[in-house]
Design a protein around this ligand. Sequence first.
Ligand code: AP5
Ligand code: MG
Length: 223
Amino acid sequence: MSRRRYLVLMGPPGAGKGTQASRVAEAGGLCKISTGDLLREALAAGTELGLRAERTMKAGELVSDDVILGLVDEVLDRPECAAGAVFDGFPRTVDQARGLERLLSERGEALDQVLIIEVPESEIVSRLSGRRVCQKCGKLYHISFDPSRQEGICDACGGELVQRPDDQPETITRRLAVYAEETAPVREYYAATTGVTAIDGDQPMGAVAEAIRRELQPADAEG
Ligand code: AP5
Ligand code: MG
């Protein structure tokens, strides 16, 4: 059996991590592990963890490393992750990056590639304020750049499209500051270890997807 494949997709809020991670996961037969989605699912299910994370997320702050690593540890063993995973929005601190290394090495695995989607701050606010998310299936839309066929209704499942509570201007500002303080050092960490591939995210979604596809190392590059 070939080795499992693990990719990290980094970038500031609104860079398009979720949009692109879904495509990369589907194309490669990998699962998508989005810690933001996992937290929102926990909240929707009314679990204690979800309810505890709610205030932190609404404020644009980071949930603790222990909670996040615990979530990832659980999800890594799901059957849909049997071929590997694309991490979206994780790791976000250097301690999470070290924690991920440990979780993978415990399984005899290692990280293959880290990609960072770069988008200027001026673009981020318009992306996040126009974002809509299907409440039922989580599919992403944008009111101008990627609208649903019928306003407010998901094309895929007919669910209601809503705005994320942390997509308010003051929370966006805080999320950007937290990214600069806590997550920018993760890039430095990977630059010195796994290596980082920069992707120009300031172009249409299809062009970003194509740039990622070009940069992805072939699945059978090693082992
Ligand atoms: P999370 O859900 O990860 O949010 P984020 O990192 O702020 O990123 P977003 O999901 O907002 O943006 P994205 O890059 O996925 O962009 P998208 O594809 O949606 O985290 C939320 C919170 O959870 C955190 O603040 C924290 O509290 C907590 N959390 C999560 N993970 C954590 C961790 N590891 N540790 C601690 N705390 C954690 O695209 C945005 C919009 O733009 C969409 O509308 C899309 O349609 C549109 N769009 C995408 N690409 C393009 C393009 N090329 N051109 C035009 N529009 C585009
Ligand atoms: Mg996202």
